[in-house]
Design a protein around this ligand. Sequence first.
Ligand code: GDP
Ligand code: GDP
Length: 437
Amino acid sequence: MKPVIALVGRPNVGKSTLFNRLTRSRDALVADLPGLTRDRHYGEGRIGERPFLVVDTGGFEPVAKEGIMHEMAKQTKQAVAEADVVVFLVDGRQGLTPHDKTITDFLRKSGRPVMLVVNKAEGMKYTTVTADFYELGLGDPYVISAAHGDGVHDLVNEALDQVKQPAEEEPEAPQQRGIKLAIVGRPNVGKSTLVNALLGEERVIAFDMPGTTRDSIEIPFERDGKHYTLIDTAGIRRRGKVFEAIEKFSVVKTLQSISEANVVLLLLDAQQDISEQDAHIAGFILESGRALVVGVNKWDGLTKDRRDEIKMDIERKLNFLSFAKYHFISALKSTGIGPLMKSVDSAYAAAMIKLSTPRLTRALEEAVEHQQPRRKGSIRPKMRYAHQGGQNPPIVVIHGNALEAIDDNYKRYLEKHFRETFSLVGTPLRIELRSGK
Ligand code: GDP
Ligand code: GDP
């Protein structure tokens, strides 16, 4: 499971600046696609070999009883409860404010590990910029400049060092585990009902039990002679009285499940229109690079008009998921599940495909023969060969000269060409360009 770092602090201390810095490297992997909705509050980052999830809690107004501020405080609470480490940002230029003290009290009650971090410290002496903040009783502050990047690398390493490792690693039994499957979707789309249909009643009760650790819960099951492992995470319900009101649906949990899976099954509710939340979850899946199958659930008892309507709504709002197979199912009546699971198998096969350099290079040559990349000024990009740089998702690395002149449109054209050539359905495909001298 990837550790979760939550960024907390009053408005304007630099949370989103830090968030962007931590997640930026990943953004470059996904070209901006029409309709793609990103949630700028949740993201994945990596420092060296260490991946993590980061949550920007936005504003913080713990006293508000209702309205948008109350809603935000609720989100913040949930993010803090789910975090492995809380990075508490304060503003080194403004110094200590009463609001910082309120937040400190709140964080103390949460029982989560907290790192006090003084931001905007560029060009200032450690003792000067931190002097104010010892009063908070959170120990020696870290100092960073989120805008310039100073100290950020060390901060994250330090944060990740604080994350408790699970006492003992589960023994791995790679051949037995089969396809790792995450079933995700917003509340009430029918996830538990589908898990029920796949596993049978008793297993689901176990699935829903709060775990005693925050390790993932992995439930192996077999269907038509094939092995799967269902992924879920647990352990967030157990953390101190203040935080009991955690909702059943958790974005962090969803993200963790997605990043642990080989194949993600995204459930939508055919009785409702596609919502922002659906689009955000879909955006996460796309960014993660996992294979995907979409189940449009509650297909039972819909009128023909409604069926047409929801199909159009999906096409309009989730068109960036066109690489995936859609299935119209009823988890409740257990219809359509067989074909759905067949698509899970084929999405997995596509995601794990192995492509040799000669095959890829031939496909690349065909693509270029059919359509050359455009010149950029006097520069003509020259692609020489392609090799596979990874699986799940398959990554095609193209080598050549002046490849930075290739635009997103042409990259999409290449992606489509590779996808068709190798019949890749159900997995994203990434193109990386590497220029020589
Ligand atoms: P948030 O409300 O906590 O998310 O804060 P933002 O990330 O939006 O930053 C608030 C303001 O502080 C913006 O104008 C940023 O450019 C600025 N800022 C953020 N980090 C730094 C920093 O390290 N140094 C300086 N001087 N300004 C910063
Ligand atoms: P979750 O929050 O995503 O786990 O959703 P649940 O599995 O708890 O289902 C939410 C509600 O939708 C329950 O009342 C289910 O009985 C209902 N439901 C789930 N699947 C179907 C379906 O295929 N058809 C219909 N009509 N209702 C369903």
